[in-house]
Write a protein that binds this ligand. Structure first.
Ligand code: HPA
Length: 276
């Protein structure tokens, strides 16, 4: 069965479970699950039950789609994502994006946890992603191009919607918190970066580094979606001493910032001009 048929079957299954037809999709990163508590959930669908969804290779990994609404707008949320470092191919990593595309999602809001390489940043800051650097990852569009999904050579001059970035700044100001903006550097992980690597990433012009998002964004650009992405800065890689970063610290920092992020995303979704 080719990729297009797999995408069709997966999308048809998800659509058979709910009458919502969301045009807005949300991807939640590590420790950011709190957003779903604000949703009015119609259906929760375990990834394992969706045809052709990548099979989880990691113990305790639970991922699900939640279909419902927030502030009266239909949305579909991916709670849990697939990472390249877990052993998935990059095509598998972006399969959920393709399913959203097939279902008619036109706007994708992506969240992640990231390490700061901008020395003005503090743990807990939110950083809107204005651009990314991705030489360190495997491009998910490598291989046969399906013209039905998108063009062979997608333009990447504005992967992150300027309109949505200004909207986010407007909302953050109303909500009264500091919103950073910067360039995200995608790495494969799973090891965190060495001191020298954090410095190099900083020198290359990035403000934060993380192990997700870039591949999803490339697939979403390929799909013609309008994209907004935001990082919670969970650690600062550029430090003179004590460069120890633990996964637990990353999750704790992400959890602590989740309410701010949830408020921002909720307002952004409410500001979309769609009826459903
Ligand atoms: N590096 C890479 N990925 C990350 C980091 C980091 O410092 N923090 C959270 N995700």
């Amino acid at each position: 069965m080719d990729l297009l048929n797999k995408i069709e079957e997966a999308a048809a299954y998800v659509q058979s479970r709910s009458s919502h037809r969301p045009v807005i999709g949300v991807i939640l990163g590590s420790g950011l699950g709190g957003f779903t508590e604000q949703m009015e959930v119609d259906q929760e669908i375990e990834y394992a039950t969706i045809p052709h969804f990548p099979v989880s290779t990691v113990e305790g990994h639970s991922g699900k789609m939640l279909i419902g609404s927030i502030g009266g707008k239909s949305i579909i949320t991916l709670s849990g994502r697939f990472h390249y470092y877990e052993g998935y191919s990059t095509q598998e990593v972006v399969f959920p994006i393709r399913v959203l595309q097939k279902m008619g999602v036109k706007n994708l809001l992506i969240t992640n946890a990231a390490g700061g390489t901008n020395t003005d940043f503090k743990v807990g800051n939110l950083m809107v992603i204005k651009d990314h650097i991705s030489f360190a990852i495997v491009n998910p569009l490598i291989g046969k191009n399906f013209d039905e999904l998108g063009t062979r050579f997608p333009d990447m001059s504005e992967p992150y919607s300027k309109k949505l970035i200004s909207k986010a700044h407007e909302i953050a100001e109303q909500l009264g918190f500091d919103l950073k903006e910067g360039v995200y550097f995608g790495v494969t992980g799973p090891s965190f970066e060495t001191r020298a690597e954090y410095k190099l990433i900083q020198h290359l012009g990035a403000d934060a580094v993380g192990m997700s998002t870039v591949q999803e964004v490339i697939a979403a650009v390929h799909a013609g979606m309008q994209i907004f992405a935001i990082s919670v800065i969970t650690d600062i890689g550029i430090r003179e001493e004590e460069n120890i970063i633990l996964h637990k610290d990353v999750l704790d920092a992400a959890n602590a910032s989740a309410p701010k992020l949830t408020a921002l995303l909720t307002s952004m979704i409410q500001s979309f001009e769609y009826a459903s």
